[in-house]
Design a protein around this ligand. Structure first.
Ligand code: NDP
Length: 676
């Protein structure tokens, strides 16, 4: 293979490296494989292109359009994974590591594509939370809505996950409707570039929605303003220097950081050596030390076990680490590949030495490991290293120094409180895990350690088969941590999309609110359609379309019939004296479910038509008892419409039941599927 010229993609053009370039090396054999650099990039032009071209094109689309776009992108990449695996070996990654990076990234796009369709509207405005009643009469209401930021998202990524690192940030950004400028870490930027090329080639994304910097960001960050956002992954030192730039502070540019983390894993006092649960603890620790050669932001750096179990933990872990085959990541038999760069290997050894000053090394050393594969002797390989810390209370380095490689330290604790205190000594981490079977231990840990960790992962034999792994950030769950871990959050489903949107409090009349959000609000104009709404297709139904039904009296016979028919003979419906004694009821009352059934009987149009199914109801509440002799009627209004597929969509109806005095007795949101 020739020397790769790793290009940037700016304002719709591929731009080859120029000026001062960085040489790129294969982590597997140390050979130079390419160069990258971007001195000639015009960063203002890139920003303008994102803001003026990409942003408007993305904002024209609905969340559903953008979700479909993410899915198409994921499927395109998925068919071309093999080409990426081939390049990924040169980052030091084994095939298993590459799958975490490449398949994990594609999987994240797919999860966001699905969440965008299921949890967000087919609209450009996202409504956040419930309606706030700001007035007595209901003529002035409040609601929070989110709209996309109108600038660019600058993504600065770490070297360890060149594909996932890019895609996990792009998925929520693009779903929000914001264009991105991606800057991968230089050490592994050729793999990011290869994946980026596929994304451009797919033709799925609107022009200007993504750009790539293969090199340094120059003065880009000095040009950002309040419309923009920076999402950073890497070291705490770089995060600090970037987030404290004058321009970032002066313009309150959003800055999300995900940085170093001294993650912990705790063995519960209830877990004995030799049990399957103990093996789970050991297996997770070994996996985290060796996967990606320990270069994972979520890897377990501190193994915290009851003091009486330390010897058993070290023995079991050593046995597993001894069995790890290190070598050419392209070979199937290699279980652990190389570190990403010579600098990374040097840093890891230096930091391991700092830990070694106060801890005893019980496995591994800085000598070159025994390797499998030809030519690997020049790669950046390292043996796993295990330390034991005999005085974790007095020790400092083990809680402060992150050796970003296959390095971990075992330490003992006295009791639950001590375990929590040690886990929290990391000063804020991305993830802590606990292996226990005891729910009380789990609760105590969450109360004691929750504030110091972005994610807490519990595992034991009941969940191990399906558990997703201590070190795996999932698109559904928040990824980020307090303090030292950067204080930011990524992913977490729709929460992650919000980092790229502005939440605005809207205060307005119901009619204006309906117009703004596309959802009908009580008090808004009602529309009378030419026919019963159940005879009208999804496309024909208008937001606000309403029917008011005639009323129906609820008799004592109805209540008794319903009671004997369903078997619900609860005393409030059947026993006058007992019902009267209950502070909620004036005497015998109708069943809530009888009222729901009568409501359906009042509003339904029975003949076959576009309404396909009743799929559920939300927010049901019974507000006033209905006594025999009362009469109920129903208002049914089209509140929200969400297309689901090519054949049908979901219609949410606002349903209110009132009695003969016009008092509201029940309300709910009815969900139906209606053909297009
Ligand atoms: P860095 O903080 O040096 O780099 C992270 C990213 O920031 C890279 O893309 C880098 O680009 C970029 N960068 C560095 N300086 C600047 C700058 N002045 N302006 C703009 N961008 C800049 O981290 P490393 O990748 O070198 O990793 C170092 C340490 O960070 C690891 O040892 C580990 O402790 C931690 N880390 C944490 C991760 C996490 O997910 N929490 C992931 C990876 C690392 P370039 O490559 O061109 O320098």
């Amino acid at each position: 293979m020739g020397v790769m010229q790793v290009s940037s993609f700016a304002a719709g053009q591929w731009i080859a490296p120029s000026g001062t370039t960085s040489k790129l090396y294969s982590a597997a054999n140390g050979q130079m494989i390419g160069e990258a650099g971007c001195d000639s990039l015009d960063f203002q032009q890139m920003l303008d292109f994102a803001r003026d071209k990409g942003g408007p094109a993305l904002r024209k689309m609905t969340f559903h359009d953008r979700a479909r776009m993410l899915k198409a992108l994921a499927l395109y990449l998925n068919e071309r994974r093999d080409g990426l695996y081939a390049l990924s070996h040169m980052t030091g990654a084994t095939l298993a590591d590459s799958r975490i990076d490449i398949d994990g990234g594609i999987g994240t796009l797919l999860v966001y594509a699905s969440k965008g369709r299921r949890e967000m509207p087919a609209d450009q405005v996202y409504v956040d939370g419930e309606t706030e009643m700001l007035s007595r009469e209901g003529t002035f209401i409040g609601r929070h809505v989110c709209t996309p930021l109108t600038g660019a998202a600058v993504h600065i990524n770490a070297f360890n996950f060149p594909v996932w690192g890019m895609l996990e940030k792009l998925a929520p950004t693009l779903l929000a409707g914001v264009p991105a400028i991606v800057k991968p870490a230089t050490a592994t930027c050729w793999l990011t570039e290869a994946c980026f090329k596929l994304m451009i080639e797919s033709g799925v994304l609107p022009e200007g929605s993504i750009q790539l910097i293969s090199g340094r960001t120059g003065d880009l960050l000095d040009r950002l303003d309040s419309r923009d956002v920076v999402s950073f992954t890497g070291s705490a030192a770089t995060a600090l220097s970037l987030r404290s730039k004058n321009n970032i502070l002066a313009n309150s540019v959003r800055f999300t950081a995900e940085q170093d983390s001294l993650n912990a894993s705790v063995l519960g006092t209830d877990i004995d050596p030799g049990t399957p649960d103990f093996d789970i603890f050991i297996k997770e620790a070994a996996t985290e030390i060796t996967t990606k050669a320990g270069q994972k932001c979520t890897a377990i750096r501190r193994i915290i076990a009851p003091a009486s179990r330390i010897d058993a933990v070290v023995e079991a872990l050593t046995k597993r680490l001894e069995a790890v085959t290190i070598g050419d990541p392209a070979l199937k038999e290699s279980r652990m590949g190389a570190l990403a760069s010579a600098a990374q290997k040097r840093d890891t050894l230096e930091n391991a030495a700092r830990i070694g000053v106060e801890c005893e090394r019980v496995f591994g050393d800085e000598e070159a490991p025994e390797l499998t594969g030809v030519g690997v002797e020049y790669g950046y390989y390292l043996k796993p290293m295990l330390f034991v810390c005999n005085d974790p209370d007095a020790a400092k380095a083990v809680h402060e120094v992150e050796a970003f490689g296959p390095v971990s330290t075992v330490m003992g604790y006295r009791d639950a409180e001590h375990a929590i205190a040690l886990a929290n000594r990391g000063g804020g981490s991305l993830v802590a895990s606990v292996v226990t079977r005891d729910p009380q231990t789990a609760r105590e840990f969450v109360l004691g350690a929750g504030a110091s960790h972005g994610r807490i992962y519990f595992n034991n034999g009941d969940s191990a088969k399906e558990a997703t792994g201590h070190g795996s950030p999932l698109p559904h769950m928040v990824h980020g941590g307090p303090g030292r871990a950067g204080g930011g959050e990524e992913l977490g489903g729709v929460r992650g999309v919000m980092h790229y949107m502005q939440r605005t409090a809207i205060q307005a009349s119901p009619d204006l609110m309906t117009g703004i959000t596309g959802n009908w609000f009580r008090g808004s104009k009602e529309i009378t359609a030419p026919a019963h709404p159940f005879t009208r297709s999804f496309g024909e139904l208008q937001i606000g379309e309403t029917i008011h039904t005639p009323s129906r009296e609820v008799t004592l016979e109805d209540i008794e019939h319903f009671a004997s028919f369903t078997g619900d003979t609860f005393y409030a419906h059947m026993d006058e004296a007992a019902a009267k004694a209950n502070p909620f009821f004036p005497g015998r009352v109708a069943h809530g479910y009888l009222l729901l059934s009568f409501a359906a009987g009042l509003f339904v149009e029975p003949n076959p038509g576009p309404v396909l199914a009743n799929t559920g109801l939300n927010s049901l509440s019974f507000q006033k008892p209905v006594s025999p002799g009362d009469a109920i009627s129903v208002r049914l209004t089209v509140k929200r419409k969400t297309p689901r597929n090519e054949e049908y969509g979901e219609v949410a109806w606002d349903v209110v039941l009132t009695n003969q005095d016009g008092e509201q007795v029940a309300e709910y949101e009815l969900l139906t599927m209606v053909s297009l």
